[in-house]
Design a protein around this ligand. Structure first.
Ligand SMILES: [Zn+2]
Length: 333
């Protein structure tokens, strides 16, 4: 049986998975190895290869059966895996500047390697979890983390775009002024836009904009005394029913609702998918969040009103799994 590896390279960890041709994953949870991205490409690529051998042994896979690999990393990188010459947050060593990591890993491993950015890989996993690898369905995935990532899968294919920026959903502007309860707010994104999806729907948005907005109106709230840690406490407190923290999540859900409405009218997709650390919560809170997304969407056409809104499963393995699925699709062509 031919096996395909998925390799999710982050700033601090590499996460591995394996998939066979029956589309079965051979590792259930996380299989992590420390990343050495800071030390530059030569050290990092060797570390990835060493970790792959360890992961294969853990999964009971012969390395000689691994016929190709899918790689994903944070950007900015081109659609084919060439890092920006201007550098990036996770790949600061000067040798990364303009480095072709897909080609470099292919040379190191001696097998074909495909490349996706981490948001697009996560989106492909979300899509696969509903439709499988060979489906021709269309889906939009929004992944809420420090920023807002995700991707667009049109008829089974990842939209990577001309320069690799396809699916940069966080920087799509939304009509946030129509969200009730945040009158006068000014959501500024690190990208320079005001009122894009990431500026309202991310951990950074909570920290920079939404939490300070609500705390100013509620000087007695305990998070006024939580200092730097306050934003990270919001999810847990919302899940326990704190009304101010629930309001913050309602604002984020309504922002997503406005964004998804734009996507419904652009793509008429088969599913809308939400993932990321923000909704790694109990099922009850997830169901409430999905209901609030729907409540935040303008009225839909009768034909589209039943569009599924789905929480992405196994979120922490999404990048590696999506990368593996991309390589599996290419291997089948
Ligand atoms: Zn932005």
């Amino acid at each position: 049986m031919r096996i395909i590896a998925g390799i999710d390279l982050g700033g601090t960890a590499v996460n591995y998975t394996f998939i066979n041709e029956r589309e079965e994953f051979l590792i259930e949870g996380l299989c992590e190895h420390p990343a050495r991205s800071k030390e530059g490409p030569t050290v990092c690529l060797q570390q990835i290869a060493d970790g792959l051998a360890i992961a294969a042994a853990k999964a009971g896979v012969q390395l000689s059966d691994v016929v190709s690999a899918g790689l994903d990393t944070p950007g900015p990188a081109s659609a084919t895996g060439v890092f920006s010459a201007r550098g990036s947050t996770n790949f600061v060593h000067s040798d990364w500047s303009g480095f072709d990591i897909r080609f470099g890993l292919e040379a190191k491993l001696g097998i074909p390697v495909t490349y996706l950015n981490d948001g697009n890989a996560g989106a492909l996993w979300g899509h696969f979890s509903i439709f499988g690898a060979s489906a021709t369905a269309t889906s939009i995935s929004a992944i809420i983390g420090t920023g807002l990532g995700g991707g667009v899968i049109v008829e089974g294919r990842v939209v990577t775009g001309r320069k690799g920026f396809g699916g940069e959903l966080g920087h799509v502007l939304i009509p946030y002024q129509s969200i009730a309860g945040i009158e006068g707010i000014r959501p500024e994104c690190n990208c320079g836009r005001t009122g894009d999806l990431e500026s309202l729907c991310s951990l950074t948005a909570i920290e920079k904009t939404i939490l300070p907005y609500f705390l100013a109106k509620n000087p007695g709230h305990e998070l006024n005394r939580a200092g730097d840690k306050a934003a990270k406490l919001v999810r847990g407190m919302a899940e326990r029913g704190d009304s101010l923290c629930c309001e913050i999540f309602r604002v984020q859900a309504h922002a997503l609702g406005l964004f998804f409405d734009e996507m419904v009218n652009t793509f008429d997709p088969d599913a809308l998918i939400v993932g990321g650390g923000a909704i790694e919560t109990g099922a009850e809170f997830q169901a409430w969040f999905v209901d609030e997304i729907r409540a935040g969407m303008p009225g839909q056409r009768v034909e589209q009103a039943d569009i599924p809104i789905v929480i992405m499963p196994n979120g922490d393995t999404a990048g590696a799994r999506g990368a593996a699925i991309e390589a599996l699709k290419i291997a089948r062509r």
